[in-house]
Each structure stands twice: as C-alpha cells, then as structure tokens.
Design a protein around this ligand. Structure first.
Ligand code: CTP
Ligand code: CA
Length: 224
C-alpha cells in the first residue's frame, strides 16, 4: 500500500518508540552491545508517522536514516534511554502510545573505567562487574496514567508460553513476540501478538509491512 493512501489510523496521537541496541561502556573506547539493527523499531516509527501520529524515536546506535517526519533522539546507554523516555512521559504534551522495540542491555558495567584499560604485564584480564539496568517498559507501564504500552520479546524457544508470561509480568496490554531469534539485522520477520484475549500470528513479511499491521492492530485496540 502506498503510504499516502493509508488511512490515518493514529491521527493526532503522540507515539514514543524505542529502537536499536544500547551500548554499555567498559572504558572510553570499548563497550557491550548486541546485534539489534534497529530496523523493526524504525519501521514502527515510520508506520506510526504514516498513520498520522506525532512520533518520537529514542534510538541506540544504528546505521539507519531517521524516517521522514520522525523526531529522533540518539542515546548510547540503557540509563540514557530510560532518562529520555521518562522525561517524555513527564512532558506536558503527553504520550498516547509507547512502543518498546529496543533491545535494551539488561546489565551495565558497574566498574567501567574512565581511562582506556591497558593490558597487564602478567597476562591477567580485567574483571568486569555488572549491575542491572532499569526496566524502561515496566517502569512506564507502572506509571499512574500510563500510555498504551506495547512490548517486544525475542525468545529463542517456547515463544507462546514465554510471550504470554512476559506480557503479564510487564503488565502491558500488547506484547509482540518475534518467532525464532533470527530477526536481528534481517529485513523480514514473523510476529505473534499477545493480548488479554490470547495470541494472533502475523505471517512472515517485511518489517515495514509488519510494522503497518502492528500499527493497525494498536489502532484497533485503542478503539479507532
Ligand atoms: N525492555 C526495557 N528495558 C529493559 C529491558 C527490556 O524497556 N531494561 C523492554 C524491551 O524493549 C522489550 C521488552 O522490555 O519491549 C522485553 O524485553 P526482553 O529483553 O524480552 O525482556 P526482559 O524483561 O529483559 O527479560 P529477559 O530476561 O527474557 O531478557
Ligand atoms: Ca532482556
């Protein structure tokens, strides 16, 4: 479907999307990240804009161009992503829909070095200590007046069981499961939508097409 002819299902809605990986520093030149390309999150942001929404995209490091019409805020760490998202939640303008597509690092390095680590003469390796990052989606979902929250989950097994359990644990009305763990970096994907009524499988398709279907599914659930 040509974008210009799509129904404006989210006209007047404010949508916040997280996308991409996060990058957790070890020292000034090294860090821990993951294989998320950001493609799915950027596709969701684009589809929301094409559906008439005002879209803000909070993105970790990616090689992708900002979708037309979307306001993009770049971050590196999960803590920075958390702080930007929570500032958006507190903003006067408000957020109607929050779609958490980012592959957020579960842990950061607690003993990151402010100087570049040097090799030790005795061949010993540095010992990294990890601490857990804030759960951005769960924090937003627990706000007194949360936006409509949509989570993503990449599971390597038991998707139907883990997906439903994760939706309930995160307390979100809609959770999107990726079938298999072969989504990172790919152009197509296969999704399962979990909501209070059960689950719906979307046939394998390109990420942009799936993003449009997801936006339509969100609009339906918002009663549009
Ligand atoms: N998420 C988040 N903040 C985090 C971790 C995850 O906002 N610190 C969001 C992701 O963007 C995604 C959803 O939560 O929408 C599920 O992420 P996932 O990694 O599958 O869930 P976790 O709760 O981290 O559980 P797991 O132990 O399976 O990684
Ligand atoms: Ca995780």
């Amino acid at each position: 479907v040509i974008a210009a002819f799509q129904p404006k299902l989210l006209k007047g809605k404010r949508v916040l999307v997280t996308a991409g990986p996060t990058f957790e520093p070890i020292d000034p030149v090294r860090g821990i990240t993951n294989l998320s390309s950001g493609k799915m999150g950027y596709a969701v942001a684009r589809a929301a804009y094409e559906a008439g929404a005002e879209v803000t995209l909070v993105s970790g490091p990616t090689a992708l161009a900002t979708p037309y019409g979307v306001r993009r805020i770049g971050i590196q760490t999960a803590q920075q992503m958390h702080d930007i998202v929570m500032a958006q939640m507190a903003a006067q303008s408000g957020t109607d829909i929050f779609v958490a597509v980012a592959a957020v690092a579960d842990w950061r390095v607690a003993n990151a070095s402010s100087q570049k680590l040097k090799k030790n003469a005795d061949g010993s390796a540095p010992q990294l200590v990890f601490e857990q990052n804030p759960d951005i989606l769960a924090t937003v979902a627990a706000l007194p007046k949360p936006p409509y929250c949509v989570g993503f989950a990449a599971e390597s097994e038991n998707l139907l069981q883990y997906g439903e359990a994760k939706r309930i644990r995160k307390n979100v009305p809609l959770l999107v499961g990726n079938i298999g763990h072969d989504t990172f970096g790919k152009d197509d994907n296969q999704l399962v939508l979990f909501d209070a009524g059960g689950h719906t499988e979307l046939a394998r398709a390109g990420k942009q097409e799936l993003a449009r279907q997801l936006i339509a599914a969100i609009a339906t659930r918002l009663g549009k």
